[in-house]
Write a protein that binds this ligand. Structure first.
Ligand SMILES: *Cc1c(COP(=O)(O)O)cnc(C)c1O
Length: 442
């Protein structure tokens, strides 16, 4: 299957090209040319399948033309080495817990899948003799992306990852998740802010001498190999409701609510819906960065500089996957409004929701999941069942969560293990000349 650009000014690309390049030449986002419907038989039996089994069927629909079945299924099973349980929070609201992966956030799924798919294409290119040396992934991070990408790519043959992060600007818990890994992961501690890290990466991609010297690629969240696999867990959520004979498994009253920043996660949910997943409607929950909410109200997309909030992984003022949502619904504001509603919450509302939920149910929300939970509380209609994504483990925001709920949050053992590791990073001034010199000589 080929992939076209949302800007429609670039030639279509093979899966391999779309994965290696990330962004199309016209700076548009790649979209699959077809979205295959899954048959009724699949949905009738989904409650009897394992997470890995159902995900293989979903992956076949997207990638089956381009990757040998056995390889593809191995990639899926390797990626999904953890569960995404659905947990009841109160009467009709359920949490889809996406934090059981190695770095305790949903980005683990996409990052692990992309690493393995890229690894597969690199092996093929090497066998064909069209590639010598390693492929180098450059990624700038303000915290969460770097840890998911670094851990996703850890130990993948033929790939070296450079994580650039702003010195002193990521939390110790985040920092240890990409500075203690070693092997094919190098952490670069830039004397600057996140935007400086991103500028260094962009300059590197545009530098001819550097690109002639080494093969560079990104692991950006807009990559089709990162965002499409996120569809897997929405099928799993539905299957779990069916397993417990929950009415939402049969009555078409399921509402899915996704705390959103760049809108990659909700976009994957919309693809699942387009493949036939029986979801009645979606809610995109925003923090104070309410660009999509405003679009729903006015029909006008008006990107803004991002605002800092408690749910900082959603501090996005120009959501990149917005172009995919527009494209999916033929640019129709009406069609989008019929399927998706919005919500936007201040930090004060996020805090209040975390306290209220903990007091009433005992469930500990992280600041991102809190937006999702609150949107369901406010917007669910009688008869509907809501599932929100709990996108990160509350321990990733330990100090914030403990201050708000007044209760200790235990650190899961796999997170504690990172914190025992030895930090290793390369100090780097905020200078492209020095960064380039470093890459040329390592
Ligand atoms: C990245 C992230 C989000 C936002 O997801 P998008 O796909 O960018 O909309 C929400 N919560 C957490 C914890 C994240 O890391």
């Amino acid at each position: 299957m080929n992939y076209y650009s949302t800007n429609k000014q670039a030639p279509t690309a093979t899966l391999e090209k779309a994965v290696v390049k990330g962004l199309a030449e016209d700076r548009g986002l790649y979209m699959p040319e077809h979205i295959k419907q899954l048959p009724g038989e699949f949905f009738d039996n989904i409650q009897n399948m394992s997470f890995q089994e159902m995900s293989c069927r979903v992956a076949d629909a997207f990638f089956g033309d381009d990757v040998e079945t056995e390889e593809l299924h191995r990639i899926v099973c390797d990626t999904l080495a953890f569960e995404t349980p659905v947990v009841k929070v109160n009467n009709n609201i359920y949490s889809l817990e996406l934090f059981h992966g190695p770095t305790l956030a949903f980005k683990d799924v996409g990052a692990r899948f992309m690493a393995r798919l890229l690894g597969y294409f690199i092996r093929k290119e090497r066998q064909a003799g069209s590639l010598q040396g390693d492929v180098n992934v450059l990624v700038a991070t303000s915290g969460d992306t770097g840890s998911a990408v670094a851990n996703g790519f850890l130990g993948v043959e033929g790939i070296h990852v450079y994580v650039l992060y702003p010195k002193g600007k990521v939390s110790p818990i985040q920092e240890c998740q990409f500075t203690t890994l070693g092997r094919n992961i190098t952490a670069i501690e830039v004397d600057g802010v996140f935007d400086d890290c991103q500028a260094l990466v962009k300059s590197a991609f545009m530098d001819e001498e550097l690109n002639a010297h080494m093969k560079l690629t990104s692991a950006n969240s807009i990559n089709v190999a990162r965002f499409l696999p996120q569809a897997f867990y929405y099928f799993n959520a539905y299957a779990q409701l069916k397993q417990t004979a929950h009415p939402a498994g049969t009555n078409s009253q399921l509402v899915v609510c996704v705390p959103s920043g760049n809108f990659g996660n909700i976009c994957a949910a919309l693809f699942a819906h387009a493949m036939g997943l029986p979801v009645k409607r979606f809610i995109a929950a925003n923090n104070a960065n309410d660009i999509f909410y405003q679009y729903l109200q006015t029909g006008i997309y008006n990107p803004q500089p991002s605002k800092q909030t408690l749910a900082n992984a959603m501090d996005v003022g120009a959501p990149s996957n917005f172009a995919r949502i527009l494209d999916l619904y033929g640019e129709s504001h009406e069609r989008i409004c019929n399927l998706i509603s919005g919500a936007t919450y201040s930090d004060a509302q996020i805090e209040q929701t975390m306290r209220q939920c903990h007091a009433a149910t005992g469930y500990v929300l992280d600041p991102h999941g809190a937006c999702g939970y609150r949107a369901l509380q406010e917007q669910l209609q009688p008869g509907e069942t809501g599932v929100f994504c709990e996108t990160a483990h509350p321990a990733k925001f330990k100090d914030t969560v403990e201050r708000i709920i007044g209760h200790e949050v235990a650190i899961p053992p796999r997170l504690a293990a990172f914190m025992k590791g030895e930090k290793r990073s390369v100090p780097m001034p905020n200078s492209f000349a020095e960064f380039k010199q470093y890459l040329l000589t390592t």
